[in-house]
Design a protein around this ligand. Structure first.
Ligand code: SF4
Length: 448
């Protein structure tokens, strides 16, 4: 008998990058639409199985379908199991969506995944009708479910983007950007990292499969391919071989990766550029050495970082550095040091993100209230001497100053102020209505 799966990625008016932050999800202050790679891979596994059927509804790519319309659409479908992708910023609304689905189809087996679930499994079973809370990456779970054995990263199929309206996965410049993975996990142990707790140890994907993935997604007309690896050049020998194959096999592709600066050498940078590297992202995190030491996050000294960034830029590759603003130990002085540090590193783009406390194990009475709806924050008790408002002021000021230094005032306004303000305005209207999806949908429609 064929088992019918329905995989759902909801949308609640706020742009969430659902597989960012190790699948906690991140509210974006931009219009970039990222695929959810684990969800699409899970759908591909089911689609390739003779005993399963799958339908995917990515509400974001279906003209940003709102939850009331999504529920009406789901009500018309026939399925045995339904899986809802949750994120921390939308967790309460995701639970409500599951409740509606179950009420509309009591015989359906309802599942929820996403890293937020890892903290709330017991709460979910005690307080909802959800049948299964998936605590691991959903592609790993579905592989085991279908094949009866644990998967390695190399066991995963090439993601079949034709299962969704993939042309809607675009960046701010309307490039179609699809994601693949050449490795998963990381051998480092930065204490703030949300990835390693979910994906675990570093594991690389077979090079033949990565080449196959690249060919498959480029054949779909992707303008950009983003490797979702947490530490792309962790095994530099392997990446050298991969780049040589891309060059030798004439794969014409522009790609993006995220890695650590201290794993790069000039010859590796040159080779990656020749193989199509377009943008490289890396974490610098803080300008305060004591904070970096406290979080076990030493990624090279400033002279090395600055000269490496300069080398990458001179090679014609865009650079994007990540900074964490508002570590619990941050003060006004250390925040300012981080901005000055960013100024010295001098990447083309700098992303100043608010620190989010995901170390929730010490919180008693954990419930969905631990995740602040529609924002990148939790209610976990931090030690910070700075308030949320002060940290947000620093994030917006740094982002504006940095963009202004590297780009135009208009861009600083549009990207660092307007989109952020629009998103925050809507978020404040939506808060408190997570348990009323009709009202939530009405507010979003009225605001657009
Ligand atoms: S290097 Fe990056 S992925 Fe690895 S533990 Fe540190 S922050 Fe996480």
């Amino acid at each position: 008998m064929i088992e019918r799966f329905l995989l759902v990625r909801p949308y609640y008016g706020i742009n969430v990058h659902t597989d960012a932050q190790g699948e906690y999800g991140t509210v974006l202050g931009s219009n970039d639409v990222f695929p959810d790679l684990p969800l699409i891979t899970a759908a591909t596994i089911l689609n390739e199985s003779d005993s399963h059927e799958v339908k995917v509804i990515d509400a974001v790519t279906e003209d940003r379908m709102l939850p009331d319309e999504l529920l009406r659409k789901i009500a018309l479908l026939e399925y045995d199991k339904v899986l809802v992708k949750s994120t921390a910023p939308t967790f309460k609304a995701d639970l409500e969506l599951c409740r509606h689905i179950k009420a509309g189809n009591p015989s359906a087996y309802v599942m929820i995944d996403g890293q937020a679930v890892r903290h709330l499994k017991d709460w979910i079973y005690a307080n909802t009708d959800i049948d299964l809370a998936i605590e691991e990456p959903v592609d790993m779970y579905i592989y085991r479910y279908v094949h009866g054995a644990a998967a390695t990263v190399s066991d995963m199929p090439t993601p079949d983007y034709t299962l969704v309206n993939y042309r809607k996965y675009t960046d701010d410049y309307n490039n179609i950007r699809l994601t693949i993975q050449a490795s998963r996990g990381c051998p480092m142990s930065c204490a703030y990292c949300p990835y390693i707790k979910y994906y675990g140890k570093y594991e690389s994907r077979d090079a033949d499969k990565v080449i196959g993935d690249l060919k498959a997604v480029t054949s779909l007309g992707a303008d950009l391919i983003q490797f979702r690896d947490q530490f792309f050049t962790c095994d530099s020998k392997r990446i050298r071989e991969l780049c040589r194959r891309i060059i030798d096999e004439g794969i014409n592709v522009r790609w993006i990766c995220e890695t650590r600066l201290d794993s790069l050498t000039p010859d590796l940078i040159d080779l990656m550029k020749e193989a199509g590297l377009f943008l490289i992202c890396f974490g610098v995190e803080s300008g305060d050495q004591n904070i970096l030491t406290e979080y076990n996050s030493n990624k090279g000294n400033i002279d090395y970082q600055r000269s490496t960034v300069e080398y990458i830029k001179n090679a014609g590759i865009l650079t994007m550095a990540f900074y964490i603003t508002g570590f619990p130990e941050d003060t006004w002085e250390t925040l300012h040091a981080t901005y000055r540090y960013a100024d010295t590193v001098n990447s083309d783009i700098a992303a100043f993100n608010e620190y989010t406390e995901f170390n929730l194990s010490s919180e008693s009475d954990i419930s969905p209230d631990i995740f602040c709806s529609f924002e990148n924050a939790t209610a976990a008790k931090g030690l910070s001497s700075l308030s949320k408002e002060e940290i947000r002021y620093a994030v917006e000021l740094f982002s504006t100053m940095y963009t202004l230094k590297h780009d135009t005032l208009e861009k600083a306004y549009n990207y660092n102020h307007k989109q952020l303000c629009d998103s925050r305005r809507l978020a404040s209207k939506l808060k408190g209505h997570e348990n009323d999806l009709d009202e939530l949908s009405r507010i979003i429609r009225e605001s657009s």
